[in-house]
Design a protein around this ligand. Structure first.
Ligand code: F6R
Length: 626
């Protein structure tokens, strides 16, 4: 949440900062701002709303400044107004700060600083930081430090409680850009005679691939001479940048109207990449699954606890189904935000899995950190049994847990998760099959059959995409003004009902709920009438007839029924008013297909309503605050 960028070098900073912010807008878009240092002054320009508002303001201001910081905001403390936009400054306007995170003790600091004559103009937690830095700067004994700005910032961050990443410049130190990381991401980029910093790599990859992600509790001083890194105690640290493997084409729309639509269409490729990475070729004599995880991670495993949020939580529910049904391991799925305050009892033979595409979700990280801490001091088995599933192995999650399954979706820009969900499902298929193979809970033949089935999925998604584009667009035309939607599914497709409802809610702002179809009659059915359409996911298999009966019950209450179902015979056409047909695949594999028409339906409804599909209101892609 919130994106920060910084630049120091020989080019005009403003353009570079704006280009960087554009790539970070997915992290928040309530307001944006930049500050540069030029002719002994900090020049700060901020605008409410999206980045184009800031861009228009900056058109009238030309500054050749070669150092600056920028911010795109997802509001936490204070309304999304210009006076709350970052950068924030001290009373004398000599120090400017951008922050991503939350300063938990800001009230107390604010009162203390007010008592010392500091004047505050915003409602934010961030504003205390430039004031605190200015206060420490004022009180530093003369020539006590080779970099007074660094020293004042070091003292200031030691007073801050919370999770934060900072970039700071000062009119009095025009050759220094100081950045800090404490539980919020911050990466430094090394160019030719120039240095960058950002919350995330897409903001800097067009300039450099040489990057150095800071770790928690680190401060870096970026100057024309290079980068110095320190810990919060002031000790100098030695670190080397590494080369990033990144394709800039991934952050372009490539002819699609929105990133979300492009990302939906990338799903066959994501499944192919996952098949190639997680499964050995059919003719191989080795184990069919290759996740690169050590065998002792699985030994004597008794249960699995999964923590996740949002769409990742839905993927985890499908993971639970697979782990229990294929590998016979009891699995619980928790909202990370709940688990961190009410964890299950810890045992040596419990594997904890955190699922987060960004690898930066504050609640998921906190739940895992809590779990890691309470396992500390116990036998090694406890400590090893932490696994992360993420699309960003270089993220904070990657630093936190000893084992990672990298999902292979490529960077996802649309705020609504689509291809990363599919990639997470692929990771769970591989994990559940790996466990099933090691525990011998399924026969070799069944294992082979499932893997062969997975190999057919990419072309089935392609067929679904081709047939559904027009159908979902037509339905979108009819449902664009609908107020409420219900999605139902059962078994392995119940989480897809939840995901279909979430996609619709978040990008079209239409109220939608997902239910296990059998639960409808225990209350929610009271909501149904001719104005409330019901989308039912009905896949032949263990619960097909049950879902069909539940759908009939909805139809009897005048709901218009939309079926996500294979059209094998006339039955589906008779029951459902509208069809979103999918191929007739094994029920166990069906979620990777059934989610696609629901993503498209949500997309087309939102696009039809003229909404900002890629940046829905109030949301941000990385939820780095609690
Ligand atoms: C929904 C969506 C969110 C995220 C959730 C967790 O489309 O994107 O619900 O799934 O914020 O994010 P990660 O997976 O990054 O932890």
């Amino acid at each position: 949440m919130c994106g920060i960028v910084g630049y120091i070098g020989t080019q005009a900073a403003t353009d570079i900062l704006l280009a960087g912010l554009e790539k970070l807008e997915y992290r928040g878009y309530d307001s944006a701002g930049i500050a540069t240092v030029w002719e002994g002054e900090v020049n700060c320009v901020r605008a409410k709303g999206k980045l184009h508002n800031l861009r228009s303001k900056l058109e009238q201001i030309e500054t050749p400044a070669q150092i600056g910081i920028g911010h795109t905001r997802w509001a936490t403390h204070g309304k999304p107004e210009e006076y709350n936009a970052h950068p924030h400054m001290d009373t004398a306007k000599r120090v400017a700060v951008v922050q991503n995170g939350i300063i938990e003790n800001y009230r107390e600091l604010r009162e203390e600083l007010k008592g010392k004559g500091h004047q505050f103009v915003s409602e934010t937690d961030t504003e205390v930081i430039p004031h605190l830095i200015a206060e420490f700067l004022k009180n530093l004994p003369p020539s006590s430090s080779s970099s007074p700005l660094l020293e004042a910032i070091r003292q200031a961050v030691n007073r801050l409680h919370g999770a934060f990443a900072l970039a700071v410049i000062s009119a009095d130190y025009p050759d220094e850009l100081i950045v800090v990381r404490q539980q919020a991401p911050l990466v430094i980029g090394f160019g030719q005679g120039e240095l960058f910093c950002a919350s995330d790599t897409p903001a800097i990859v067009s300039y450099t691939r040489a990057v150095l992600p800071l770790e928690n509790g680190e401060i870096a001083r970026l100057t024309p001479l290079g980068v110095e890194i320190y810990n919060f105690a002031g000790d100098r640290l030695k670190k080397q940048p590494r080369l990033l493997n990144f394709n800039p084409a991934m952050v372009e729309k490539q002819g699609f109207k929105h990133f979300m639509l492009k990302e939906i269409h990338e799903q066959p490729g994501v499944v192919r990449a996952s098949l190639e990475a997680y499964f050995n070729p059919a003719e191989s004599t080795e184990s069919p699954i290759n996740l690169g995880l050590p065998a002792d991670l699985y030994t004597d495993l008794e249960q699995i606890q999964i923590v996740a949020c949002g769409t990742s939580w839905h993927a985890a529910l499908i993971g639970k189904y697979l782990l229990e049904q294929l590998a016979g391991i009891s699995t619980q799925v928790h909202y990370a935000s709940e688990y961190r305050y009410a964890a299950s009892p810890v045992t040596a033979n419990t594997l904890i899995i955190g699922v987060t595409q960004s690898g930066e979700t504050a609640d998921t990280l906190a739940a895992l950190a809590m779990e890691k801490e309470r396992r500390q001091g116990k036998e090694p088995k406890y400590q090893a049994r932490l696994l992360g599933i993420t699309n960003r192995p270089e993220s904070s999650l990657g630093h936190l847990v000893p084992h990672i399954i990298s999902t292979l979706a490529g960077i996802e820009i649309g705020v609504a998760a689509t291809k990363t969900f599919t990639a997470q499902l692929m990771a769970f298929y591989a994990l559940a099959l790996d466990l099933a193979a090691r525990r011998q809970t399924v026969s070799k033949d069944i294992l082979e059959k499932i893997i062969n089935g997975l190999r057919q999925i990419p072309k089935e998604i392609e067929a679904t995409l081709e047939s559904q584009e027009r159908l979902t667009e037509q339905l979108a035309h009819e449902f664009a003004e609908t107020k409420d939607f219900i999605f139902v599914g059962r078994g392995i497709n119940f989480p897809i009902a939840l995901e279909g409802a979430l996609k619709l809610k978040e990008i079209s702002y239409i109220h939608a709920e997902g239910y296990p179809a059998g639960e409808m009659k225990h209350g929610p059915i009271a909501l149904l009438d001719a104005k409330v359409p019901v989308v039912a996911i009905a896949i032949p298999g263990s619960v097909y007839e049950k879902v069909i009966s539940n759908a009939q019950e909805a139809k009897a209450r005048d709901s218009r029924l939309i079926g996500v179902t294979p059209v094998k015979d006339g039955e589906a056409g008779e029951i459902f008013n509208d069809l979103l047909p999918v191929s007739d695949v094994e029920e166990l594999l069906s979620p990777i297909l059934t989610v696609v028409p629901l993503q498209l339906l949500a997309y087309h409804i939102a696009a039809r309503r003229g909404l900002d599909v890629d940046q829905p209101r109030n949301l941000a892609k990385s939820v780095t605050v609690e």
